[in-house]
Write a protein that binds this ligand. Structure first.
Ligand SMILES: [Mg+2]
Length: 382
């Protein structure tokens, strides 16, 4: 079998899809994207395609090594997302070739179903209790919301209280029937992160996420000293080498590698296995599209330390298109009582509606995250 073509589609709301074609008629899909840099990742995939076209798609590990180690310069979000999407598509091809789900080729499933969580609200949370209640009525028992708006290095305690009031409202509505994750989104600096973490401790959260930017992970030591809440991070870390010191330092309780950012199925399976040896849980990051989620579910199915999966159905980013829109069979991601069943289909276990993808790619998108500023005009983290 030989790779004959690598087709790229920039599609709404903010995604990039890759289809790898072969001379045997088997095609594989991947989602190589970094939110806000779809065109850059597209260029990176095109650059790597010169190496891959004409080659056998089956030796995935060797292709991964060639794409990663074969470049003198390596790593970072755009290149690792390009490798990730290619890796996903190659696993899809391999699974279809052997008529087996990817998780069967990775050792077989170790669970019957996968717990998922949903998002509430936007960046400026309001009516979160109502949002949580609506989700609870659908069977969902875990939610995540963004904590704060922009936050300066040292900022008003009023902003901390506003987060606290939002979480208190969810607790008042649903008690402890709903698990809550609060995403600090790397918006908070160390000085306020410890204040916020300590304030939220009273709500016994499922986790706090990216309490600081992952470039500032050494600050987790001090934050961990101020809270008993599990600390999650890792959506902006891209390889085993990025994760190793975090695991050695021991201040993270949950890692959140992104299947479409951190080198794909091959790499995230290894990252999560490293974490298992440090007694650290996994909760793969996935506010992305259906191919990225399908890749997550394949890894979740065969990875025991994953305890929950993020997914983007109805997320505030999905304007103009949602998680299920490009799937031929939308049943594969039917959520039942807050869980997804382990899928049975070969490869990634999904069928893409290619006509819909081609049509959407005619319009494409140019999604960028907003640039926020603090009260004094300085640029804030979004
Ligand atoms: Mg996050």
């Amino acid at each position: 079998m030989k790779i004959t073509a690598m087709n790229l589609y920039i599609v709404a709301p903010r995604w990039l899809f890759l289809e790898i074609e072969t001379d045997k008629g088997i095609t594989g899909w991947g989602e190589p994207v970094i939110e806000g840099r779809a065109s850059v990742v597209k260029a990176a995939v095109e650059d790597l395609s010169g190496y891959l076209i004409g080659k056998d798609p089956m030796p995935i590990e060797d292709h991964w090594q060639a794409m990663y180690r074969g470049g003198f310069y390596r790593g970072g979000p755009e290149l690792m997302s390009a490798i990730a999407g290619i890796d996903e598509a190659l696993w899809d091809i391999k699974g279809k070739y052997y008529n087996a789900p990817v998780y069967d080729l990775l050792g077989g499933k170790c669970r019957d179903r996968i717990k998922i969580y949903s998002w509430i609200g936007g960046d400026r949370p309001a009516d979160v209790a109502e949002g949580a209640r609506r989700l609870y009525e659908t069977g969902c028992t875990a939610v995540k919301l963004n904590g704060t708006e922009e936050m300066h290095y040292v900022d008003s305690f009023e902003k901390v209280l506003k987060v606290s009031e939002n979480i208190a409202a969810v607790r008042a509505a649903l008690g402890y029937k709903m698990d809550i994750g609060v995403d600090f989104h790397g918006r908070v600096h160390k000085s306020m992160a410890k204040v916020l973490a300590r304030e939220l401790d009273q709500y016994h959260l499922m986790f706090i996420e990216e309490p600081v930017l992952s470039q500032n992970n050494e600050a987790l030591r001090e934050i961990a000293a101020h809270t008993a809440t599990p600390i999650a991070t890792g959506e902006r870390m891209f390889s085993r080498w990025d994760f190793k010191n975090l695991l050695i330092d021991g201040y993270a309780d949950i890692i959140q590698p992104d299947l479409s950012h951190a080198g794909g199925i091959s790499e995230v399976k290894k990252i999560l296995s490293m974490a298992e040896a440090f007694d650290v849980a996994g909760a793969p990051h996935c506010p992305l599209g259906p191919i990225a989620l399908a890749a997550c579910v394949q890894v979740d199915a065969c990875t025991p330390n994953v305890f929950i999966q993020e997914q983007s159905l109805g997320i505030h980013y999905n304007q103009g298109s949602d998680l299920l829109d490009y799937l031929a069979d939308k049943e594969v991601f039917r959520f039942k009582d807050g869980f997804i069943d382990v899928p049975k289909g070969p490869g990634l276990g999904i069928a893409i509606n290619k006509e819909k993808v081609i049509e959407a790619a005619k319009t494409g998108h140019n999604w960028k995250n907003p640039i926020w500023r603090n009260y004094d005009g300085t640029v804030a983290e979004w």
